[in-house]
Design a protein around this ligand. Sequence first.
Ligand SMILES: [Zn+2]
Length: 114
Amino acid sequence: MRASKLKELEKWLLEKRKGLVSGVRSRNATRFETEGGTLDLADQAASAYTKEFLLSLGDAERRLLRQVDAALEKIRLRTYGTCEKCGEEIAIKRLEALPFAEFCIACQEEEERR
Ligand SMILES: [Zn+2]
């Protein structure tokens, strides 16, 4: 993937994350349960803050945030754009439509069939 494209997707992800975070400030707190490892995606300095706002996230938002964080982590680790399941590259068109996609189209369809 070109560096400029990667930057563009990273920017989108950061904006999305910001939107999710700011969208929940006024919401009532719901119980937050860690789903094993969700929080270690955030670095140590940010984790207290992360935990605080996760308290007020709904399930759907929390899942989305987890996907966004996972994508950002993969950018950091330089593994972004590869399928979590088969390890193949995810089509750029798919990433443009869904920058936090975890699976390639074939694996996604398989997941949905289960
Ligand atoms: Zn795959």
